[in-house]
Design a protein. Structure first.
Length: 316
């Protein structure tokens, strides 16, 4: 059964009534009544999701049933061959990547995996990568550059892991070098924020030619809860922080931080994951097609210009 968010209680109640009617074994014809309720449900979903606050968007972005990296790999890519280790310290399970085919074309794909149940969340460290994860990303991007393969990255993390061990092994340096590697690539790079894009842990694999963002995803320099705890010393101000941080796809498109919003099915990607993944795949394919035939040096130059121009739209 689908997990309903707090603001979806009226939707949950209406869906419950529809299920009850459909399971009714009496002799009365209830087709018309079910149809009326379904029409009402569609209208309620449309109204609710058209007016989501930044805090509610954050809840949708973190929904446990949104498509994860392993779902996207299985649905959009073929012949995925994971490559492990950073050739320096070890393997990081939070940032997964390797070689694959995307709609018939060879590519390098990487992204954060948060996990989908208790065991896998622990294994993947809730999508919070350590330095070896970002050094693995650098290794993968080096390979893409060497063999002329486009890079696709899928971002879904609350941020890089802030543990003592990660800091001892150079977390900040690894993130900086990974970001620099993205900016220096001479092959096309497309990124999509599929759920939560948190801080440098997201930017490290998101400094791409084209940055896409799913309609109800979030992208921020710090989580609203973290921002509130620093500025107000309490998590109670997380709602105010979410508004001030401009974390939604709609705000970030205006500021030029992202290039395109990928629409989601009505009610969010978790309601129709297959359709949501297909819509994302179409958007990534369009972005790659737009860069087809562009010289490597020009791709690098365009990426530089894009990031230097961030914010201009919002200030104009």
């Amino acid at each position: 059964m689908m997990t309903f968010l707090e603001f979806e209680k009226p939707i949950a109640e209406l869906e419950g009534k529809i299920r009850e009617l459909r399971s009714f074994k009496g002799g009365a014809d209830i087709t018309a009544e079910v149809g009326q309720l379904e029409t009402k449900l569609g209208k309620l979903l449309k109204e609710t999701y058209a007016g989501l606050t930044p805090t509610q968007k954050m809840q949708v972005a973190r929904h446990p049933e949104r498509p994860h990296f392993h779902d996207l790999i299985g649905h959009l890519f073929e012949d995925f061959t994971p490559l492990s280790g950073d050739r320096s310290f070890g393997e990081d399970e939070a940032l997964v990547g390797g070689l694959a085919r995307f709609r018939g074309e060879a590519c390098v794909v990487m992204g954060h995996e948060k996990g989908w149940d208790t065991e896998s969340r622990i294994k993947h460290n809730f999508g919070m990568a350590r330095p070896e994860g970002y050094r693995k990303a650098i290794r993968l991007m080096d390979m893409a550059d060497r063999f002329g393969l486009p890079v696709l990255s899928l971002v879904d993390t609350s941020g890089a892991y802030p543990g003592v061990g990660a800091e001892e092994r150079g977390q900040a340096e690894a993130i900086a070098r990974s970001t620099d590697k993205c900016l220096g690539l001479e092959v096309p790079m497309v990124t999509c924020i599929v759920g939560e894009g948190g801080s440098g842990g997201a930017v490290a694999i998101a400094a791409a030619n084209k940055v896409l963002m799913m309609e109800h995803a979030i992208y921020s320099v710090i989580s609203p809860e973290g921002c509130a705890s620093i500025l107000w010393r309490t998590n109670d101000k997380a709602n105010e922080a979410a508004v001030a941080l401009k974390i939604t796809a709609q705000d970030l498109l205006k500021l030029g931080v992202i290039d395109e919003i990928v629409a989601e099915p009505l009610g969010g990607a978790h309601r129709d994951t297959e359709r949501a993944m297909n819509m994302l795949g179409d958007a990534m394919e369009r972005s790659l097609r737009d860069m087809s035939g562009v010289d490597g040096g020009r791709l690098k130059e365009l990426r530089r210009e894009k990031f230097l121009a961030i914010g201009d739209k919002g200030l104009a």
